[in-house]
Structures are given as structure tokens and as C-alpha cells.
Design a protein around this ligand. Structure first.
Ligand code: RUB
Ligand code: MG
Length: 416
């Protein structure tokens, strides 16, 4: 017989092995509890421990204990043996590393900040099918950022109005039309009508302008329904689907990824609800980790913020983007999406901060242009051209009326 107690999960001499999943947390221990005691409880509850000491027959037990192996102020590191995890199940991984520990009384707050994934776990997941390669495999963006737009208002536009906005934006120079996160299949704009009409418009525009265009149609729904919508996108000749990955859950994303593989469809991941996990500085799961989960599950694009230039709360966009495109045992990189309050007047700063291997997505920053969507799309494209040519937006605007009007309206403001 062997005894398992909380202390068994703390070993500051332990060196993680190449097969361990190593997680970094920030914790604030409960009143009266030391960081060491709280750290060992984190390792215990997230692997094989419980609150009571146990007596177990060693012969009947695989040792799957995690080890709290480093403490630096409020930052703790926990190493998990890879055998603790079911291969290819993001749900099961999260039930360990971001499960009960998030509500444990032993900590006042706890935030999963970063994960270091071993090859044995990564190889159980497909990763992106296309990732950054969509720029040339599915579009004609070459080395410039891909441009995308979401019609506004978010919901309520009729199918015809929605399609017309998409057509104007494509003609003005945008590559991708995108549905908004809460537009799916409502009576004012049914999914299949919108899909068919948008892709027909896309074909007309492609023919006229000689540049490939596509549509990020929001297939988000109950999982079986979502698969039917994915099939419909393929039937109608679309190249992409959009999924609200946090609200649908990772298991559903994994299922969609498998179906998209069959149809050669790329997945655009919208992260609506991410801030419920990542907004608080001391509690939850960081956007960096959410982005890691998205890459493993196999999305091709994911929103990662605007490096502080947009309307939503700031986070480490450059660091997250670097991780998404870094080497991960040969897994394809994910193309990051900058979105939320962007407009032509901040594009130079955005590309300085994030580079050109991104999607620049603007809704209000295109459709709010005083001369409408077509002019707004032209202005956004002009702002990208200026930035890539190393010309200031103001000088470029001397020769480009649409950009001039956008700069007059918004300057370089960052909206709230
Ligand atoms: C942007 C928009 C998206 C945001 C979400 O519209 O509709 O939902 O990208 O934020 P607008 P994030 O350009 O009018 O602000 O990309 O940070 O997840
Ligand atoms: Mg939106």
C-alpha cells in the first residue's frame, strides 16, 4: 500500500521530461495557505489527487501524478505526465489542466497562463489544414495582409442587403467577406439563402476583377447541424467556414475540423466569449492558451486582438501571434486575425506591430466610411498599400481620395 497526500505533488527539484505537458499558472493562495501548499493542491486536483489522504495498492495504480516543480512568487509551474491524457481529446486535457482547480478553495484566484506541449500530445491533434497558406492557396493576397470585412449592423440586414455589402466590399479590394459572430440562421437572413447568394456574387466579382475572393460563412450551431452546414458550404463552392469556437466548444471544433478536411475547407475561428476566460488578470485561462488549443484542434485563422489599436481590451497580440506561427513539431501555423475597431488610419501602426502575415478585418472601419462600403474597402486597401510601400498614410492620401476621406473622419484614433 502507498499513501497519497498533497505534499507528494510538490517537488521543486523535479526537472520536467520531454514527454511532460508543462503548464504555468499564476496563483493567489487562499488566506493562511502557503504558495507551496496551494501549488501542490493545484498539481493534485488537476491530476490524480483528492482532498483526503488515500491508501492505494501500488500494483493496481498507474502513477499519473502531476508535479508542482517550480515556484517564483505567484507563478507556479506544474508538469503533467503525458499518460494522464487521452490522445486527441481537448475536452479531456482541459478537464485536467483547467478543470476543478479553477474553483478550488485552496486558491483565491488561479490563471492558466501558458502551456509547453510535448510532441506526444501534439501528434494526437491534426492542427490547421491550411493556416497561413490560405493567402496564396485560396486567395491572391501574395505577401500583403489578407483583408476581410464584416457587414454592420451585425444582425438584422436582409439577405439581399448583406450580399450587396459583401459585393461592394469585394469590389473595393477586400478578399474575404465574413459573417458576424451572432449571425447564423435567423429568419431575417436564412443561412442557405445567404450562402448561395453570397457565393454567386463572389463568382461575379471574381470574374470582373480577376482576383480570388471568398466568404467566411458562420456555420456555428449544434454539432450535427453544423456538419450539415459545412457540407452545404462545400456543395455551394465555398472555400471557408467560420466557427465561434469558444461558444461551440473544442469537441465540436474537432468534429468540424475532420469534416472540413474532407471538403478542403479552411476554418476561420471567431473567439466570441474568450474574455469570460481571459479578461481578468489573475483568474481564468489566458488568450495565449486559448490560441494554443485552437491551433491543436486545427483552425486555420483565429482572432488574437489588435495590439491595443482597436476597441477591445488589450492583450499580448504579438506574443500570441508569434506562438501561432512558431515551429510545433511540423504542425501548420495558424494565421492570426486582427479585428475589432480597426480602420484605415491605424493600419500603418498595426502592420508595424504585427507584421504582414495577418488578416486585417474591419467592419465599422469600412462600412462607416462617409462614402459607403465600396469607398471604405478601397480606403482600407490603400492604407495597406501605403504601409507596404513605406509611404506615410497622409502622403498616400494626397493621391487617394478614399483614404483621404477616411483619415479626415477617423485620423489615427483608437475607438472605445
Ligand atoms: C469587428 C467584429 C468582431 C471583432 C471581435 O467589427 O465584428 O466580432 O473582431 O473581436 P468592427 P476580436 O470592425 O466593426 O469593430 O477580433 O478581438 O475577437
Ligand atoms: Mg463581430
Amino acid at each position: 500500500m502507498t499513501g497519497i497526500e498533497y505534499d507528494d505533488f510538490l517537488d521543486l527539484e523535479y526537472e520536467p521530461t520531454a514527454t511532460d505537458l508543462v503548464c504555468e499558472f499564476t496563483i493567489d493562495p487562499a488566506d493562511g495557505m502557503s504558495t507551496e501548499a496551494a501549488a501542490s493542491r493545484v498539481a493534485s486536483e488537476s491530476s490524480n489527487g483528492t482532498w483526503a489522504a488515500l491508501h492505494v495498492d501500488e500494483n493496481e495504480l498507474t502513477d499519473l501524478s502531476a508535479v508542482a516543480c517550480a515556484i517564483d512568487g505567484h507563478e507556479i509551474t506544474v508538469a503533467y505526465p503525458d499518460a494522464l491524457f487521452e490522445s486527441g481529446s481537448m475536452a479531456q486535457i482541459l478537464s485536467c489542466i483547467a478543470g476543478n482547480i479553477m474553483g478550488m478553495k485552496a486558491v483565491e484566484t488561479i490563471r492558466l497562463e501558458d502551456c509547453h506541449w510535448p510532441e506526444s500530445i501534439v501528434s494526437g491533434f491534426p492542427g490547421p489544414q491550411f493556416g497561413t497558406s490560405v493567402a496564396h492557396e485560396k486567395l491572391d493576397a501574395g505577401d500583403r495582409p489578407i483583408l476581410a470585412t464584416v457587414p454592420k449592423p451585425k444582425v438584422g440586414l436582409s439577405t439581399d442587403a448583406h450580399v450587396q455589402i459583401g459585393e461592394d466590399a469585394w469590389r473595393g479590394g477586400v478578399d474575404l467577406l465574413k459573417d458576424d459572430e451572432n449571425l447564423t440562421d435567423q429568419s431575417f437572413n436564412p443561412f442557405e439563402d445567404r450562402l448561395a447568394d453570397s457565393l454567386a456574387a463572389r463568382d461575379r466579382v471574381e470574374e470582373d476583377v480577376g482576383e480570388r475572393k471568398d466568404y467566411l460563412v458562420n456555420v456555428t450551431a449544434e454539432t450535427n447541424e453544423m456538419l450539415e452546414r459545412v457540407d452545404l458550404v462545400a456543395e455551394h463552392g465555398g472555400g471557408f467556414v467560420m466557427v465561434d469556437v469558444i461558444t461551440c466548444g473544442w469537441a465540436a471544433v474537432q468534429t468540424v475540423r475532420e469534416r472540413c478536411d474532407r471538403h478542403d475547407l479552411a476554418i476561420h475561428a471567431h473567439r466570441a466569449m474568450h474574455a469570460a476566460f481571459d479578461r481578468l488578470e489573475h483568474h481564468g485561462v489566458s488568450m495565449r492558451v486559448l490560441a494554443q488549443l485552437a491551433r491543436l484542434c486545427g483552425v486555420d485563422h483565429i482572432h488574437t486582438g489588435t495590439a491595443g489599436l482597436g476597441k477591445l481590451a488589450n492583450e499580448d497580440t504579438p506574443g500570441i501571434n508569434e506562438w501561432l506561427t512558431s515551429d510545433l513539431y511540423g504542425m501548420n501555423p495558424v494565421l492570426p486575425v486582427a479585428s475589432g475597431g480597426l480602420h484605415p488610419g491605424v493600419v500603418d501602426q498595426l502592420l508595424d506591430a504585427l507584421g504582414t502575415d495577418i488578416i486585417v478585418q474591419a467592419g465599422g472601419g469600412i462600412h462607416g466610411h462617409p462614402d459607403g462600403t465600396y469607398a471604405g474597402a478601397k480606403a482600407l486597401r490603400q492604407s495597406v498599400e501605403a504601409s507596404l510601400e513605406g509611404v506615410s498614410l497622409d502622403s498616400y492620401a494626397d493621391e487617394h481620395d478614399e483614404l483621404a476621406t477616411a483619415l479626415e473622419k477617423w485620423g489615427a484614433e483608437t475607438p472605445r
